[in-house]
Ligand binder design. Structure first.
Ligand SMILES: [Zn+2]
Length: 66
């Protein structure tokens, strides 16, 4: 079963909360990290967010490792 029509980004990944490999919904979010105002233009970071469809646990990781 591998329908990639873009409507649902389902990925099987390990969930720390379930302790199992479960279906995750994966999306990318741009988060603004407003630590300092003068750096605001540099602080929008893309995060890869995956949400476990089993328990709802969300994990996110920064895509740019600077
Ligand atoms: Zn889970």
């Amino acid at each position: 079963m591998a329908t990639t029509d873009g409507s649902f980004n389902g990925m099987t990944e390990h969930c720390d909360s379930c302790g199992l490999d479960t279906l995750h919904e994966v999306s990318v979010q741009i988060r603004t990290e407003s630590i300092k105002e003068e750096n605001a233009q540099f602080s929008r970071e893309p995060y890869r967010v995956s949400e476990c469809q089993q328990c709802g646990h969300r994990s996110s990781q920064r895509m740019n490792n600077a």
